[in-house]
Structures are given as C-alpha cells and as structure tokens.
Design a protein around this ligand. Structure first.
Ligand code: ADP
Ligand code: MG
Ligand code: ZN
Length: 474
C-alpha cells in the first residue's frame, strides 16, 4: 500500500496598478509590447525599483495565513534563458522571502479539518508570453515584470482531495483580501503540483515530480490521480528507479496523462545569487500596522454567519466560499429578510436559474432586487410560488419587483372578506364533500384548498386558506 505526498506551489498575480520594478501598467491584454520600458525590457543601464504596494499585499497574505512577515527581505537572481524573459534571469527571493512559516486549514465535508503548513511566500517577477502562430513565434512582453507572490506549501497533503481543498481555500483567501483577481483561466492564479508516493508507514520523502501550470480545480484533481497511477505502476512493475526521477511534467487534459517537459540532461541550473541591482526590501512599522489589519476572512465569516443567523454549517460554507456570493447574501439580508430564506432564494432559486455562463457576479438580478423579492414573500404580498414566477420574469427583463407583481397580477388576496365569500361559495356548492369531511374524511381538506386557490387564481395565501377552511368546515 502506498501513501501519496503532495506539496503545492501557487503563483498569485498581484493586482497592483504598475509592475514590480517599473511604472509600466499591469494590463497585459493591450496591444502587444506597449506596456514596456527600458527596465522591464532589460535594456542595459536600466535599474529596477521595488513597487511598495507589493510589500503591502505580502503583509496581508502573511497575516491571513498566520505567518512571519520578514520586516527585511532580500532579492535573488535565478538564471535561465527563455525567449519570454528579456533579462535571461528572474528576480525572486530564495534565501530570505518576505513571508515564512504559515498555515492554512482545510475543511472536510464530515466537519473535520487539517492544517497544511506553508513554508514561504516570496515575491518574484513574471515573464512575458510567447505567442505561437503557425511557423512563427512572437513574444509579448506586456506581462514581463508583473508581480507574483509564490506561495509554497510543505508536502503535507495526502490526496488529490486535500490538494483541491487547499487550493480552493487559498484562492478564496486571496479573493477576500483582494490582492489578486485570481482568475485561473487567465493565469492570475497558477498551480504547480509536486507529487510523490511512498510505502505506507515510511517517513522519508521519495522522488517528487512537478506538474506545472494547472489552470482549474478539476484538472488539479485529475493530474494528481493520473500521476500517482503512473508512479504506482512503475513501482509495481519494478521500474520505479528508472522511470521516476525529479523532473517537470505537463498535464494533458485530453489524453489524461502527464508528459515530460524536457529531457533529464536539460535540467536547469539556476545559479542563484543575491540580486546586485536591488536594495533589501524593508517594511516600515507604519506600513506593517496598516496592512496587517486585514478584512474578515472566509472562515471567520462562516463562523459569524453560524452564530449570528443560526445557519447550518453547510449553508454557511457555501455562502462564504467566495467573496461575491457572501457579499450578495449580505446585501439581500440588508433588506430585512431572514437568513434562511435568503440562503434558499440565493443558492437554489437564483443560482439554479443562472445558465449560459452567467454567475453571481454577472447575475441579471441584483442582490437588492433578490432581497426585495424575498421580502414580498415574508410580508405576504405574494406566495412563494408567485415569487418564482416573478424571478423568472426578472431573469429575462430588467424590472422592479413590485412592478412585476402588479403587471403579472400576483398580489396575494389578503382581503379576508373576499376570501371568505369564495370559501362560503365553494362549501355551498360541495355540501356532500363538506359532510364527508365533518364525518372524518379529513383528506378532503386538500380538495377545498385546491378549489379555493383555483377560484382566487392562486392569489390567496395558502396558509390563510387552510386556517379559514378548517374553521368553517369545523
Ligand atoms: P522548486 O522551486 O525547485 O520547485 P521549492 O522548494 O520551491 O522547489 O518547491 C518544492 C515543493 O515541492 C514544495 O511545495 C514542497 O512541499 C514540495 N515537495 C518537496 N518534496 C516533496 C516530495 N517528496 N513529494 C511531494 N512534494 C514535495
Ligand atoms: Mg517549483
Ligand atoms: Zn516597464
């Protein structure tokens, strides 16, 4: 039997206005190579100057994972030649990173949780992009020099599930802190997975294989599963020593396999040394004070929702998993509705209707409108059933809740006088059934409720109808 050992490196692109060491804008979807300057093009004589908001965001991340924030950190030069890097080296932090020794809790469905240690988070510069266009390759350096925070875990994960939970939690934290847009498809949150196996009970670490740049939670899961299978097969076939060596591999989503990125003999030699063009990075007291006061994190929000609103653990987890959903929920609540109804109408009714690439951030119905809609159920203006009709209408049309209720004629009949008249008439027309009911055939109440709802064209409040019928049939 084998145990799986996983450690993750996550590259988070920080959402600064300007690049790490120059004042070029960080918007890299512009025309290729417009957001460049002598520094990020590495022209001779140009010198880097550290963007201080990168330190500010590092303090926030460090605080969120309970880590040590080094008030003085240093930059190092990692040499490698690649066409999308004009410097032919990357400025990073090897020896003294800005953040060290943190932890992150992952939570399982059964309510248990596990601590994953984070070794470090260091600042580094991103590369540009190669664009392969048939036989021609082009280089766009708009992204070159964009700030990254690389967050490196200890090899504390033991399954693909652990790894996915860790990545989701880290993603959520980064979004809550608003230090990155963390868009995985666009490459603002890139995950490298290190995987090894070992016989159960063995304490030592075996050879790790690194799978680079996986861009979705599902692919992380799949990449780990197929790589573990490859290593286990090699072990069982007696070829582990020959086939499994420390290397970088790529995950092929179509073939569901990992593939070697380069040959053994091409292993990089980074020749790290202290970066001579930069001063040490110093965090002043005032900066630390300001940026270590971080906003409420997902776990804290979750606990608060549970105690404040008596929410179920599961509901609270769903609502707080991402910042946008949590905000949507809070705006709904501000309309003065119950948390229970807010959860249902947000997670079941609204999210169930968001199709075709729509999500909570692009929802055609705003949080305030959803809050008003639920409010109209709670104040008995409309029934829950009618509210679903209103919501269907709101998804398709930009309109106000009250106007839609009016337009569709869905207002509940709260005029008990009118309702009484309807009920009296129905009982009079169905004396035989009324007799049977009084004689003990209580199931017939449903018949009377149905008739009343029909006669009121669904606008009667079912609860009121029930109560009145019981009283009248006596
Ligand atoms: P590099 O930059 O060479 O990839 P790092 O030290 O930055 O090296 O990252 C190593 C990553 O691999 C860490 O996340 C660490 O937890 C993980 N790791 C180290 N050894 C193993 C192993 N035997 N199995 C799985 N993961 C490992
Ligand atoms: Mg690495
Ligand atoms: Zn520049």
């Amino acid at each position: 039997m084998f145990e799986v050992v996983i450690g993750l490196e996550v590259h988070v692109q920080l959402n600064t206005e300007t690049k790490l060491f120059c004042s070029c804008p960080t918007s890299f979807n512009d025309r290729p190579n417009v957001n460049t300057c002598p520094t990020c093009l590495a022209l001779p004589g140009a010198l880097p100057v550290l963007n201080k908001s990168v330190l500010e965001k590092s303090i926030m991340l460090g605080t969120a994972i309970g880590a040590t924030v080094n008030r003085t950190s240093f930059f190092d030069r990692k040499s490698y030649f690649y066409p999308d890097s004009p410097t032919s080296y990357q400025i990073t932090q090897l020896y003294t990173p800005v953040v060290e020794h943190g932890t992150l809790d992952i939570d399982f469905e059964d309510g248990s949780s596990k601590k994953i240690r984070i070794n470090r988070a260091h600042i580094e510069a991103d590369a540009g992009k190669n664009i392969h266009d048939g036989a021609i390759s082009k280089v766009d350096l708009n992204r070159a020099g964009t700030p990254l925070l690389e967050i490196v875990s200890e090899p504390d994960m033991r399954s693909a599930e652990d790894a996915v939970l860790y990545v989701k939690k880290l993603h959520s934290i980064v979004r809550y802190l608003d230090i990155s847009n963390a868009n995985m498809q666009e490459g603002s949150f890139r995950v490298d997975v290190n995987v090894s196996i070992r016989p159960k009970g063995d304490e030592k670490l075996y050879t790790r294989v690194e799978i680079k740049n996986i861009n979705s939670f599902r692919f992380i899961q799949q990449a780990i599963e197929v790589e573990v299978e490859r290593q286990v097969n090699a072990w069982e076939d007696g070829v582990y020593e020959d086939e499994i060596y420390q290397e970088t591999r790529l995950f092929d989503q179509v073939k569901q396999e990992t593939r070697s990125m380069r040959g053994k003999e091409e292993a990089a030699d980074y020749r790290y040394f202290p970066e001579p063009d930069l001063l040490k990075a110093v965090i002043p007291d005032a900066m630390f004070e300001t940026f270590s006061k971080i906003p409420e994190l997902p776990d804290e929000k979750k606990s608060r929702f549970i105690t404040e609103f008596g929410m179920r653990e599961y509901d609270a987890a769903v609502i707080t998993a991402d910042l946008e959903t949590a905000h949507f929920f809070e705006i709904m609540l501000a309309e003065g509705i119950t948390a229970k109804n807010a959860v249902t109408w947000l997670t079941v009714e609204l999210q169930g209707r968001l199709k075709g690439g729509l999500n909570i951030t692009t929802s055609p119905v705003s949080a305030k409108t959803m809050g008003t809609l639920v409010k109209r159920i709670e104040d008995k203006t409309i029934s829950g059933k009618a509210a679903k009709q209103v919501l269907d209408h709101l998804i398709e049309n930009d309109a106000e809740v009250d106007a839609v209720i009016e337009e569709l004629g869905l207002k509940q009949m709260n005029d008990t006088g009118a309702l009484e008249k309807i009920i009296d008439e129905i009982i009079a027309n169905n004396e035989d059934k009324a007799e049977q009911y009084r004689g003990g055939k209580e199931k017939l109440l449903g018949f009377f409720v149905g008739q009343t709802m029909k006669a009121s064209k669904g606008t009667a409040n079912p609860q009121t109808v029930n109560e009145m019928l019981k009283a009248k049939l006596g």
